[in-house]
Design a protein around this ligand. Structure first.
Ligand code: TXA
Ligand code: MG
Length: 328
C-alpha cells in the first residue's frame, strides 16, 4: 500500500552510506528510523549524538529476515522463535540476549538486544542491499514526536542525516510493540503496532504490560513522544469544555476531538477530528500532533481511547506526551 518513492539507485546509495559509517533515515511500517551499521561503534555513536539521546537508551537492530536472528542474539528461545515466525516482518521488536556481533553502543551497554524485521519494501530492500543489521531509533530528536513521513524527518533532522530514503507515509503510524523474550514468560515493554490481543492469541496466555517501567523517575523524566505544545488529557465528555476554557484564558488551543463528539462546534485555535477506527487514529496520531504544533498551538486537549487493540498503544503515547504527572 505504501507509496514507494525510493528508487533502486537510492537504495544502493543508502547502503553505501551505511557501509561508509554514515547515517540513513529510512521508512518502516511504523515510523521512520535513523539508521547506522549496527556493527560500527562510531556510526552508532553518531546516532545518539544527532538525536540528542542519552547513551544508555538502547537502539533497535533492524534485520532483513527472521532467518538472520541467530546472528544477532545469543540464543533464540522457542517463544521468541514462535513470535518471530508469526509476526515478522512486522511491528514487533524482540528483546533477547545479545550476540557478539552487535556493537555495545547500540545496546547502551546492556547484555540484551532489541531486534526486529520491518514490514516495508524500502526497508527490506535496504537491509538486503546492505547485508548487515541497521541499528536505529525513530528519526526524531530525543523526546519529540516520531516522524511518519520523509518530510517530517527532514524537518526534525535536516542536514544531520547523510541520506533520507523516502518510502511514503508510514502505514501503522505508532512504533513497534517491544516484547522482552529473554525469560520463559514474555512481557510487553512497550505497546505498539502488534496488539496485546494478537500476541496473547499466538502464545495462548495472558501477557503483562510494563510500558512505563524502568526509565520513569518521578518528576524528572522528560516526556516522550511529545509535541512542543503541552498535552492535557481529560475525559472525552470534558474535551470541548476544557478546550474552550483554556482558549478563553488566552491559550492557543489545539483539540483532538473524540469521534463521539465529532459534530460538536468547538471554540478553539485548531481542531482535529479523531478517526473512529483505531488503525486510522494510530496512522494519523503523530501527524495530528505535528500539525497542531505547526498551527502554533501551545496547549493540546485530548482524551484517551479505550485501551484495547491499537488503542493501548495510542493511549500509551498520549500519556507519555502529556508527561509524568506530579503524583507519579
Ligand atoms: O517501530 C519502531 O520500533 C521504530 C522503528 C524505527 O523501528 N523504532 C523505535 O526506536 O521506536 P526507538 O529507539 O525510538 O525506541 C526503541 C525502544 C526504546 O524505548 C528502548 O528503550 C527500547 O526500544 N529498547 C531497545 N533495546 C532494548 C533492550 N535491550 N531492552 C529493553 N528495551 C530496549
Ligand atoms: Mg523513539
Amino acid at each position: 500500500m505504501e507509496k514507494v518513492t525510493a528508487t533502486n539507485s537510492d537504495i544502493e546509495k543508502a547502503a553505501g552510506v551505511l557501509r561508509a559509517g554514515g547515517l540513513v533515515a529510512f521508512p518502516t511500517e511504523t515510523v521512520y528510523g535513523l539508521g547506522a551499521n549496527a556493527e560500527d561503534s562510531a556510526a552508532v555513536a553518531r546516532v545518539f549524538q544527532v538525536k540528542g539521546r542519552p547513551p544508555t537508551h538502547p537502539l533497535i537492530v533492524h534485520i532483513g529476515g527472521a532467518e538472520h536472528l541467530g546472528e544477532w542474539v545469543e540464543d533464540v528461545p522457542a517463544t521468541a522463535r514462535l513470535l518471530a515466525e508469526r509476526f515478522w516482518p512486522g511491528p514487533l521488536t524482540l528483546v533477547l540476549r545479545r550476540g557478539g556481533r552487535v556493537s555495545l553502543e547500540a545496546t547502551g551497554g546492556l547484555e540484551t538486544v532489541a531486534v526486529r524485521v520491518p514490514d516495508h519494501p524500502v526497508a527490506l530492500a535496504l537491509l538486503s542491499a546492505f547485508g548487515g543489521g541497521v541499528a536505529g531509533p525513530s528519526a526524531n530528536r530525543f523526546g519529540s514526536v516520531s516522524p511518519t513521513t520523509a518530510n517530517d524527518v527532514r524537518a526534525e533532522l535536516g542536514d544531520a542525516v547523510d541520506f533520507v530514503l523516502d518510502g511514503g507515509p508510514c502505514e501503522v503510524g505508532v512504533e513497534s510493540t517491544i516484547v522482552d523474550a529473554t525469560g520463559e514468560i514474555p512481557s510487553v515493554l512497550r505497546p505498539g503496532g502488534v496488539t496485546r490481543e494478537d500476541l496473547e492469541a499466538v502464545l495462548g496466555r495472558r501477557l503483562a504490560v510494563h510500558s512505563t517501567s524502568r526509565i520513569r523517575v518521578p518528576g524528572q523524566h522528560p516526556s516522550h513522544y511529545a509535541p512542543r505544545a503541552r498535552v492535557v488529557l481529560v475525559e472525552p465528555e470534558k474535551v470541548v469544555a476544557e478546550a474552550e476554557l483554556a482558549q478563553e484564558l488566552g491559550h492557543q488551543v489545539g483539540v483532538l476531538l473524540p469521534p463521539s463528539f465529532a459534530d460538536a462546534p468547538v471554540k478553539a485555535h485548531a481542531v482535529v477530528a479523531v478517526p473512529d477506527s483505531m488503525a486510522a487514529y494510530a496512522r494519523g496520531l503523530y501527524g495530528f500532533l505535528r500539525k497542531l504544533d505547526q498551527r502554533g498551538c501551545d496547549l493540546i486537549v485530548a482524551s484517551l481511547p479505550v485501551e484495547e487493540g491499537l488503542g493501548l498503544a495510542i493511549a500509551n503515547r498520549l500519556r507519555r506526551a502529556a508527561g509524568p504527572r506530579p503524583s507519579e
